[in-house]
Design a protein around this ligand. Structure first.
Ligand code: SF4
Length: 323
């Protein structure tokens, strides 16, 4: 598609996921066409198949071109835009009158631009008068957000610029397969490994990301917590922790130590299926010569994720790769 582009056109964003890759939307002579925007700093011209084919939906024969409004009989019938907007306004007014303003909620999407998100927030609070506004990211990252709040008091999301990934000496990706779910970000992991960094992937499957990793920890499904507790056990046992930093910047470490003490390597090997030698290798990679570690996880379950946090702070390194 991009090769047929006659006029590269306007710089814009992919309309899909929250990575918000930059792209150009131009005229291929037969309608809009996508081409790479190599100047955009996040994805540097790379797009996944969803981005490259994002204009295809414009020509899809079943594409809805007019609103459909459900009749009292439950049938979806074509309507004008004015009729559809009036139907929405009537429903909002009726809900307000019956249940109050907070009975109407607004749900945005991770692919909204900053400007659209701002407008949506104003619309919700000022026009609708509701305090109920959320977005889809709350669902797809809800376990990470809840775990971040429980262990750090804040939900950081991604707490650093993507450029930092390339400078990290060791990265632990747990339950995450960005080579498939977000391919344009893989260039940062590729750069990290080219720079001599270690990429450790913990995943029961041999995913594309795991295949590209320095070390693949092929753990049994659902054994993530045992893995991180076992790694902490090794790090604590071998003195690979920064006591001063932990004392000054964290609380509750004794309780973490108590949990980790019950996860000795032989037991963790039995639970996770990861050989003890690989556990030791991972712990030593994570400790590293210089304390720069990034851990990021999309593990299912709030209870498993807080384990990742003391894990990335054990050596005085918050979950950020700093220069
Ligand atoms: S990763 Fe794919 S879907 Fe997400 S913004 Fe980039 S091109 Fe779009």
């Amino acid at each position: 598609m991009q090769s047929g582009t006659v006029n590269p056109g306007t710089s814009t964003h992919c309309p899909y996921c929250a990575f918000q890759c930059g792209m150009k939307l131009g005229d291929a002579g037969e309608g809009p066409a996508v081409s790479a925007n190599t100047d955009f700093p996040v994805n540097k011209g790379a797009l996944c198949i969803k981005g490259w084919t994002s204009t295809d939906t414009l020509y899809y024969p079943d594409r809805l071109l007019n609103p459909l409004v459900r009749s009292l009989a439950g049938e979806l019938l074509p309507a004008t835009w004015e009729e559809a907007v009036c139907a929405i306004a009537d429903a909002i007014e009726a809900t307000h009158a019956r249940y109050g303003k907070n009975a109407v909620g607004v749900f945005g999407g991770g692919s909204l631009t900053n400007e659209k998100s701002y407008l949506l927030g104003k619309f919700a609070r000022v026009a609708l008068g509701t305090s109920n506004i959320d977005y889809n990211g709350r669902f797809c990252m809800s376990s990470a957000a809840a775990a971040g709040i429980r262990s750090l008091g804040v939900d950081w999301g991604l707490p650093f610029p993507r450029e930092d990934i390339a400078n990290a000496e060791t990265i632990l990706l747990a339950g995450s397969n960005p080579a498939v779910t977000m391919p344009p970000i893989m260039q940062y992991f590729d750069a990290q490994q080219k720079n001599g960094g270690n990429l450790i992937v913990a995943d029961p499957r041999l995913t594309d990301t795991a295949e590209a990793a320095t070390l693949h920890l092929r753990l049994a499904p659902g054994s993530d917590a045992a893995l991180v507790n076992g790694l902490l056990h090794i790090l604590i046992g071998q003195g690979l922790i920064d006591h001063e930093y932990i004392a000054a910047r964290t609380e509750g470490f004794e309780s973490v130590r108590g949990v980790a003490s019950t996860y000795w390597p032989e037991r963790v090997e039995r639970i996770t299926g990861i050989p003890e030698a690989q556990l030791l290798q991972t712990a030593h990679m994570l400790w590293g010569i210089v304390k720069r570690v990034w851990s990021r996880s999309s593990l299912p379950g709030v209870d498993r994720l807080p384990g990742m946090t003391p894990f990335s702070w054990h050596n005085g390194s918050p979950p950020r790769a700093t220069a």
